[in-house]
Design a binder for this molecule. Structure first.
Ligand SMILES: [Zn+2]
Ligand SMILES: [Zn+2]
Length: 443
């Protein structure tokens, strides 16, 4: 048994027993009631991407109180506007520099959980429409977990050495927050990390458990706008038109062959048309139809096939309809982000830390998912800095088990009924992230 343990330690690069394993649970227990209150406050007051002012200020204040050197308003968007990014540094002698990231933003969703601390916030989105605001992706869980982790690492300074670099990243939901912080010379100003870690909550696991994927973990995303332009006319005189509504119908059907006929079945891809708008009245053939697409892929090659396919299909449909050259389709690109790649060697170390902290029965292996993230951008081009994002189970264990019995999951990310169970989720999040940091920076 002894040999086996020593061998396991050798293989994972971990000591057979971690000295903090006894002290950490008590430390976390002490923090949890306060963290639950902080979480509920954040949940009641969500802010949309690019508008995370109060959220960022709260996090900055808490990290300062925990003893970190905090810089606010880090990040510049391409239009020159300032982002609400936060960098908090805790130096503790020579050693590795570990980046830990939380995101800050919420979603334009009207909350329907019925919780006492549910968000009632209403605002206008960038297009001026009235929208609700909700932490429907659980970034409030991530922020609160970071506060707890920051406190624990400050209290356990004797157990590690190196530098902790906490990042409060704005605007994850439109995937331009990480790039805004990097464009504002994040690493030149605050040092380049050796390793980067983040977590994301999930409805696919019960609170108390975590899950890890090695390699490509979350898909790359490209957001594509397609405007099919035709020639409008009276609905009763179609011969005078080039009908973009018919073209849109053909385009939508034809687009399905990108995934089914052009992509490698071993390299999964998704193309979804989430929005289509055209026309104003039944007897008018409109001038154009606008479509909004999202594409997901796990390789650059697969994503390029989608992008080329969308362009070619739009052009081909217009050509077949006899649309004049000056009315050719317009293809525009909105937010995009590369694959979130979990460095296999770092993933193995993180997984071992999680097993030590939570027990092997509470650490699962997860398949890659087709949702996307911009956390991977902190790893720089070509995965220069090893990064890992792991999943934090967030569902009430009893409700999760009951739903599972019926072959169902509880409402998930971006759903108006997404409802993390604060106490066990935060307890596990802080324990998990603190343990990972202590292991990666251990003395
Ligand atoms: Zn999200
Ligand atoms: Zn999210």
């Amino acid at each position: 048994m002894k040999i086996k343990t020593a061998l396991a330690a050798l293989l994972t690069g971990l000591p057979a027993t971690a000295s903090w394993a006894q002290t950490l649970p008590a430390l976390v227990n002490k923090e949890v009631p306060n963290l639950v209150e902080t979480y509920k406050g954040l949940h009641t007051h969500p802010e949309l991407s690019h508008h995370e002012q109060s959220t960022a200020a709260l996090l900055a204040g808490e990290l300062r109180k925990a003893g970190y050197t905090v810089t606010e308003h880090v990040g510049k968007y391409p239009d020159g506007s300032q982002a609400h990014g936060i960098v908090a540094i805790l130096e503790n002698g020579p050693g590795k520099r570990l980046l830990i990231r939380t995101d800050l933003d919420a979603l334009p969703v009207i909350e329907e959980t019925g919780l006492s601390y549910a968000s009632q916030v209403k605002t206008k989105n960038a297009s001026g429409q009235d929208v609700g605001v909700m932490h429907a992706c659980g970034h409030d869980v991530h922020i609160t977990t970071m506060i707890g982790t920051a406190r624990a690492l400050a209290a356990l300074k004797k157990q590690w050495h190196g530098t902790i670099m906490l990042i409060g990243q704005p605007s994850e939901e439109v995937v331009d927050g990480a790039s805004a912080m990097l464009a504002d010379h994040l690493y030149e100003r605050f040092g380049t990390p050796d390793l980067a870690v983040a977590l994301h909550d999930t409805n696919t696991r019960a609170a108390g458990t975590v899950a890890v994927t090695s390699g490509a973990a979350l898909a790359a995303v490209s957001s594509i706008d397609v405007t099919l332009r035709g020639v409008g006319s009276h609905g009763a005189r179609p011969q005078e038109s080039k009908d973009p509504v018919v073209m849109a119908g053909e385009f939508i059907v034809q687009l399905q062959t990108i995934v089914s006929r052009q992509e490698d079945p071993h390299d999964p891809t998704v193309v979804t048309i989430g929005s289509i708008h055209g026309g104003s009245k039944r007897n008018l053939i409109p001038d154009e139809v606008k479509l909004e697409l999202t594409a997901r892929a796990f390789s650059d090659k697969a994503m390029q096939i989608v992008i080329d396919g969308v362009k070619r299909t739009a052009q081909g449909v217009a050509l077949a309809a006899g649309v004049p050259a000056d009315r050719a389709p317009i293809i525009g690109f909105q937010e995009s982000s590369p694959v979130t790649y979990n460095d296999p060697a770092l993933t193995a170390r993180v997984r071992a830390s999680l097993v030590t902290a939570l027990g092997a029965q509470n650490v699962f292996d997860e398949e890659p998912v087709t949702v996307s993230e911009d956390f991977g951008q902190f790893g720089l081009e070509g995965h220069k800095i090893p990064t890992v994002m792991f999943w934090l189970g967030a569902m009430n264990p009893a409700k999760f088990a009951a739903a599972r019995q019926e072959g169902k999951l509880l409402p998930g990310l971006h759903n108006s009924r997404f409802q993390p169970d604060p106490e066990p989720t935060l307890r596990t999040g802080v324990t998990a992230m603190t343990s990972v940091a202590l292991d990666l920076l251990r003395k």
